[in-house]
Design a protein around this ligand. Structure first.
Ligand SMILES: Cc1cc2nc3c(=O)[nH]c(=O)nc-3n(C[C@H](O)[C@H](O)[C@H](O)COP(=O)(O)OP(=O)(O)OC[C@H]3O[C@@H](n4cnc5c(N)ncnc54)[C@H](O)[C@@H]3O)c2cc1C
Length: 392
């Protein structure tokens, strides 16, 4: 039976990140992925590498700071995968977030970003408003502009998997995790490849199965208590034709939520929603009411879409956020990654819940730190802060 220091379930951005960090630290690693890298949430995000301006409203300063530092690293290490894009925030007479409040937020954003690349901001002069992709200028008071990162989430995930493999990690795809048994010196892992069951031993098992994480935990003995989390669905639609100037960060007229209208592979991507989800993560699909919500926003801000019935939607997709369970809406809930280990001084199991695409590397390094006591001394092969990532 093969023995590994770390076995990771899931080749989403978090599983890929942990595999890269563990392999860089000199450990032997196996990743098990049931479908393909980025099969889950990591191909269905808003594709932003950002601090998250709106997280300032909910006081998530640590998250914003860490994410902006990670953004700086990715701009340096993955220039073919992550680039800065102008973000336009139109402020109308009725917009809840006023220009002065946004300027304070953007100043704080620049401070938390250490005044690094892309932290300057300003306003678009009124005479240039007609160059903003047909944005409605009626009752428009101001348009603020700042910068944040955009990526191809699936390509980024694949690049991190490749980086892990270059550092010596093994990848089994398709390979489905079946069960694990915690033993005094590690974990016995059972998984299936082409319907055939296989076994290996790990010093630690990392459950990076994203929305499937609680399903994975249910197959661990002795039984582990999952963290109190909920799944919240987010849908995007892609419209024919692209915006050219950059990304529009608008306030949904229906409920004041922040929504993005973005250029994406020659189309215009609009998202996202927050809809409570119960059921099997395999079954997540865009709902008609979510599509109606997003199309109403586009029509509200871009008059040229008002006369088009129906809108030319070329694609729609839905992903699942893993958020701390709480009453009320999902908008203000923490987006921090939650790392939950088995209650053991040398953890044998670590589950990664939630988090951001942007924070994958930092989350992976935090995970590895938690696993330190369970892992053997090893000779470091690389520093993940300096590893270059290349597009495929
Ligand atoms: C709508 C939406 C928009 C978002 N936008 C952004 C954004 O713009 N910027 C940002 O920074 N973050 C964003 N996020 C957050 C970010 O996308 C997620 O935090 C991140 O992608 C989660 O990655 P993950 O690796 O934890 O999970 P996933 O990507 O879901 O990966 C889990 C993997 O585990 C595999 N798996 C599951 N069960 C098994 C099994 N039994 N055996 C083997 N493999 C298994 C799955 O196939 C999957 O590939 C967004 C999230 C959502 C939902």
């Amino acid at each position: 039976m093969n023995r590994y220091d770390v076995v990771v379930v899931g080749a989403g951005i978090h599983g890929a990140g942990v595999a890269q960090a563990a392999a860089a630290a000199g450990h032997s690693v196996l990743i098990l992925e049931q479908q393909a890298p980025a099969h889950g949430t990591s191909s269905r995000s808003s594709k932003l590498i950002h601090g998250g301006l709106r997280y300032l409203e909910s006081g998530q300063f640590h998250l914003v700071r860490e994410s902006l530092l990670e953004r700086t690293l990715m701009l340096r290490n993955a220039p073919d995968l992550v680039h800065l894009v102008p973000f336009y925030i139109p402020v109308y007479r009725t917009t809840r977030r006023r220009p002065w409040a946004l300027r304070i937020g953007l100043s704080l954003y620049a401070v938390l970003g250490g005044f690094g690349p892309g932290t300057s901001f300003g306003s678009v002069p009124r005479r240039q408003w007609d160059q903003l992709d047909g944005l409605d200028t009626k009752d428009l008071d101001a348009v603020l502009v700042y910068h944040d990162g955009q990526t191809d989430d699936a390509a980024l995930t694949r690049a991190v998997v490749r980086s892990a493999v270059q550092l010596g990690a093994e990848v089994a795809i398709p390979a489905s995790f079946i069960a694990a048994e915690l033993e005094p010196d590690g974990v016995h892992v059972a998984y299936a490849v082409d319907g055939e069951s296989r076994h290996c031993h790990a010093r630690v098992l990392v459950n990076a199965a994203g929305p499937w994480a609680t399903q994975v935990l249910e197959r661990v003995t002795p039984r582990q208590q999952p963290a109190a989390v909920e799944l919240v669905q987010g849908t995007h639609i892609a419209l024919a034709g692209s915006t050219h100037r950059g990304i529009y960060y608008v306030e949904a007229p229906q409920d004041g939520r922040a929504v993005f209208v973005m250029p994406w592979h020659g189309h215009t991507l609009v998202g996202t929603t927050e809809t409570a989800f119960r059921g099997n993560p395999d079954d997540v699909r865009p709902l008609p009411e979510e599509v109606a919500y997003l199309t109403a926003i586009v029509r509200h801000y871009f008059p040229r879409y008002r006369s088009r019935e129906p809108l030319d939607i070329v694609e729609s997709f839905a992903g699942l956020r893993v958020l701390p369970a709480a009453k009320g809406g999902a908008f203000g809930r923490s987006r921090e990654t939650l790392l939950d280990g088995d209650r053991h001084d040398k953890p044998r199991l670590l589950t990664i819940y939630g988090g951001k695409l942007t924070g994958w590397r930092a989350a992976a390094e935090h995970a590895l730190q938690r696993l330190g006591p369970s892992l053997p001394a090893a000779r470091r092969r690389a520093d993940t802060r300096r590893l270059k990532l290349k597009a495929d």
